[in-house]
Design a protein around this ligand. Structure first.
Ligand SMILES: Nc1ncnc2c1ncn2[C@@H]1O[C@H](COP(=O)(O)OP(=O)(O)OP(=O)(O)O)[C@@H](O)[C@H]1O
Ligand SMILES: [Mg+2]
Length: 501
């Protein structure tokens, strides 16, 4: 049975058998030749003894060869069995050979290898794969854009933020040359610079890459950082770049600069007047009439200053969520009357005719009275400020399904198409119209109006044409018969009391 296969056992058995029987065969051949030459008695006792010795020798050779081949082949068979089990994933198996020869050493090495395999298995391949998937999804869902290219500038990966910014798809760009997917020259040049100049592993930043948003068509400012990626032999295998959207930071920077220049301009001029006229007041030669005139100027200028500061603080508080709206059911026409009572004379001074068109029975709205007054006042003031003399302003109130629509239309200077999208930004003032530029203002009014309207879940918008006039309109939800007001705590109440709304 064991002779059927080409086994080590068979090989060793036949080799040892041949080797052990060879001297016997030689001595038989020799004996037969001597006998042929000299003749001998085959029945003699010597010949019988020789036959017996030969038989014994053959038996011993057979037994010895069998034993020897078993000894050599058994550990190898054991090895094969154990290796088969290990190959099937049973890493707890051990080769139990403890001899000091080469096979024993081989067994030791084999056992060591199995232990290592078990350790690797224990690290859990699944966990590693999950980890990889997790890392990939983190990368893909980062708020920053990430792109990786290989040494030949082919795209290895890009995440969804990059896809959105550059209007490309990873699956269409993978393995494709970078330039066939990304057309932004600044980014391409930046990555070339990193490839040519940068040391491996060192991140370099490019301050600004500007792209157009595919949704809003507005500029998005990106700050890119990139580094060469190297393998363990320190050979470059690609470049990875991270792009961060810094549009908001840039906007804040711009606003800060505008705030500083606004402060310089808007605060300095009333302050100069106040200090100048105060000095004049202190002059003992000033008569009563003059001192009244100076005091009136000081009062007007300080009012202007406090208006500016209040508006700015109001916006900041709303934005910081530090103010709560004290909503009550209210008649918006009452607020309009109040605003017109106090401010109509401004329009009259410029010969502007103000007309109010109300739909029948305007329903109650749900809002904060003081805040609504601010909204209407600012829109009315603008309509007067930015209209030439002898024009007209029309105010309309309409009831809609869920809200009331307030419209104020003037025949003033109008707003250019370029300026229109920015009109509600803080500190934004139109500069492309000389007439408008001459009018003083902080650029905060509309920004405050928008904040308030949105706090009331309303919407504000404007239609305008240069030279023809503007219509500002906002909506405010109708009062639906239920109170949703938030209870005011003492702290907040005292804050509201000190607040100028
Ligand atoms: N009715 C309007 N007609 C033409 N331009 C307008 C009108 N209302 C606003 N604007 C333009 O929008 C800009 C921003 O208005 P906003 O009310 O925010 O600021 P302001 O009037 O300059 O300052 P403030 O309201 O604080 O005194 C104005 O500077 C003006 O150029
Ligand atoms: Mg204004």
């Amino acid at each position: 049975m064991f002779f059927k296969k080409k086994t080590i056992f068979r090989k060793v058995f036949f080799i040892t058998l041949t080797v052990s029987l060879l001297p016997l065969i030689v001595s038989w051949v020799y004996l037969l030749r001597v006998a042929a030459q000299h003749g001998f008695d085959p029945t003699s006792a010597v010949v019988a003894g020789f036959y017996a010795a030969t038989g014994l020798a053959i038996l011993l050779a057979l037994g010895g060869s069998y034993y020897l081949s078993r000894r050599i082949s058994r550990p190898i068979t054991h090895f094969i069995k154990t290796a088969t089990l290990i190959a099937r994933g049973n890493f707890s198996e051990r080769v139990s050979i403890e001899s000091n020869d080469e096979i024993g050493r081989l067994a030791q090495i084999f056992n060591y290898m199995t232990t290592e395999l078990r350790r690797l298995r224990d690290m859990d391949l699944n966990r590693l794969i999950n980890e990889k998937i997790k890392n990939e999804s983190i990368l893909k869902n980062l708020a920053d854009g990430v792109i990786g290219v290989d040494v030949s500038d082919k795209i290895m990966m890009l995440n969804s933020v990059m896809e959105g910014w550059f209007g490309i798809r990873e699956r269409q760009c993978l393995e494709k040359p970078l330039e066939s997917c990304v057309s932004n020259q600044t980014l391409l040049q930046f990555l070339r610079k990193v490839r040519d100049e940068n040391k491996p592993g060192l991140w370099i930043s490019e301050s600004e890459i500007v792209i157009k948003s595919t949704k809003t068509w507005r500029n998005i400012f990106l700050q890119a950082r990139a580094a060469k990626v190297v393998n363990e032999k320190n050979e470059m295998i690609g470049i990875v770049a991270i792009l961060r959207d810094v549009t908001r930071e840039k906007e804040i920077d711009r606003m800060k600069t505008e705030l500083v220049s606004m402060v310089a301009h808007e605060l300095r001029s009333p302050l100069t007047s106040i200090s100048g006229f105060s000095e004049l007041l202190l002059d003992p030669t000033v008569n009563r009439e003059q001192s009244e005139e100076y005091a009136a100027i000081i009062l007007k200028e300080s009012n202007r200053l406090s208006e500016l500061i209040n508006k700015f603080l109001d916006i900041s508080k709303i934005e910081a969520g530090k103010i709560q709206v004290k909503k009550v059911p209210m008649q918006i026409t009452d607020v309009l009357d109040k605003v017109l009572d106090v401010n109509l004379h401004q329009a009259e001074k410029k010969g502007i005719v103000v007309s109010v068109k109300l739909a029948q029975d305007i329903p109650l709205v749900y809002g904060d009275k003081d805040m609504m007054e601010q909204v209407i006042l600012n829109l009315f003031n603008n309509a007067v400020k930015y209209s030439p003399e002898n024009t007209a302003i029309e105010i309309r109130l309409k009831e809609r399904e869920n809200d009331v629509l307030f419209e104020i239309e003037d025949n003033g200077y109008g707003i250019s198409e370029k300026a229109l999208p920015r009109i509600f930004e803080k500190f934004y003032r139109v500069t492309d119209n000389d007439k408008v530029r001459e009018v003083t203002g902080t650029g905060l009014g509309l920004s405050l109006v928008k904040e308030i309207v949105e706090l009331h879940n309303g919407v504000i918008n404007v239609k305008s044409k240069v030279g023809e006039g503007s219509t500002f309109f906002f909506s405010i939800p109708k009062y639906n018969g239920k109170f949703h007001d938030i209870a005011f705590d003492d702290d907040l109440e005292s804050e509201m009391a000190s607040h100028h709304f």
